[in-house]
Design a binder for this molecule. Structure first.
Ligand code: SAM
Length: 283
């Protein structure tokens, strides 16, 4: 079974167009992303094809309230799950208040962040198995966003919230020192078309995250794309983070035990793709 067929099997109804940022294997084979509905991104994030990160242009996404024919997932964001999920307008009101107002927990309670939760399997696993921590998820698309939080609510995990928000704007959601651990699993690699400036794990975002995280926190980055990983490692080596662990083959490394396989990781692994992984730490 080829990768497209695998993806189709996971969620046939979800694969409705080729993601312009197309995930790839290490060998650069083009695949379809699991797509749920248009993500309503109005702008290309950052311009250019070069390897250096150019002038930052904030990405804009359409407002949920302006979507002409909202489906169940779009309606659920401001309806059934409004106490657990924030749209792009409500989300920034949490900045600096995640502990005291949103989660109503003490200042020393850890708050973790997952970027691009997808169907939420890892997010839900963290929320349910770590009730002593809180977790926030960012996701652009409505269906995975709602799937992510719905699973938490059904399992009565009160420590989880999600935002429909563009990850490149995450500095508008969190104050310095507000975050603990960060998870970035299989972000869009932007290898076809090749637009390294749109890659999330870049020097600018690493600078932001470093400021937003509390000392001692970790940042995990996993990807199937060797090209993206090697490019990001160059950015990482110039950042303030300590590299705690780095491997080009996570499943044949000492980090294999304790690794939670995400939805995309399962698909890539079944295809024989090696998973690139790095754990960073803010000293
Ligand atoms: C390849 S999937 C990986 C999903 C999940 N982390 C996993 O490992 O199974 C990437 C996810 O990131 C989301 N995404 C892409 N760009 C994003 C952005 N700029 N902000 C927030 N989420 C984004 C996509 O909607 C998609 O659900």
């Amino acid at each position: 079974m080829n990768r497209n067929e695998e993806l189709m099997n996971v969620k046939k109804e979800d694969v409705n167009r080729e993601n312009k940022s197309a995930s790839s294997t290490n060998k650069g084979v083009f695949i379809k992303d699991i797509e749920n509905e248009e993500s309503h991104v109005e702008d290309d994030l950052l311009d250019g094809q070069g390897d250096e990160v150019r002038e930052f242009k904030r990405p804009r996404i359409s407002l949920t309230k302006n979507i002409p024919k909202p489906n169940y997932y779009i309606l659920a964001l401001d309806g059934e799950f409004k106490d657990y999920a924030f749209n792009e307008e409500r989300a920034p009101a949490n900045k600096g208040k995640w502990r005291c107002e949103t989660f109503k927990v003490n200042e020393d309670r850890p708050i973790d962040l997952e970027i691009g939760t997808g169907n939420g399997s890892h997010f839900q696993h963290r929320a349910v198995t770590h009730p002593e921590r809180c977790i926030v998820g960012l996701e652009l698309k409505y269906k995975p966003l709602i799937q992510t939080i719905r699973g938490c609510v059904r399992q009565k995990a009160e420590n989880a919230r999600v935002c429909r928000y563009h990850a490149m704007n995450l500095d508008l959601l969190f104050e310095k020192n507000e975050l603990n651990n960060v998870y970035i699993h299989f972000p869009d690699p932007w290898v076809s078309p090749r637009k390294p400036n749109n890659r999330f794990v870049n020097a600018r975002v690493l600078d932001w995250l470093f400021e937003l995280q509390r000392p001692g926190s970790t940042l995990d980055f996993k990807t199937d794309s060797r090209e993206y990983f090697l490019w990001s490692m160059e950015q990482i080596r110039t950042s303030k983070y300590q590299i705690e662990y780095e491997t080009l083959d996570l499943h044949n490394s000492t980090m294999r035990e304790g690794n939670f396989m995400t939805q995309f990781e399962r698909i890539f692994t079944r295809q024989g793709v090696e998973i690139n992984f790095v754990r960073l730490r803010k000293p």
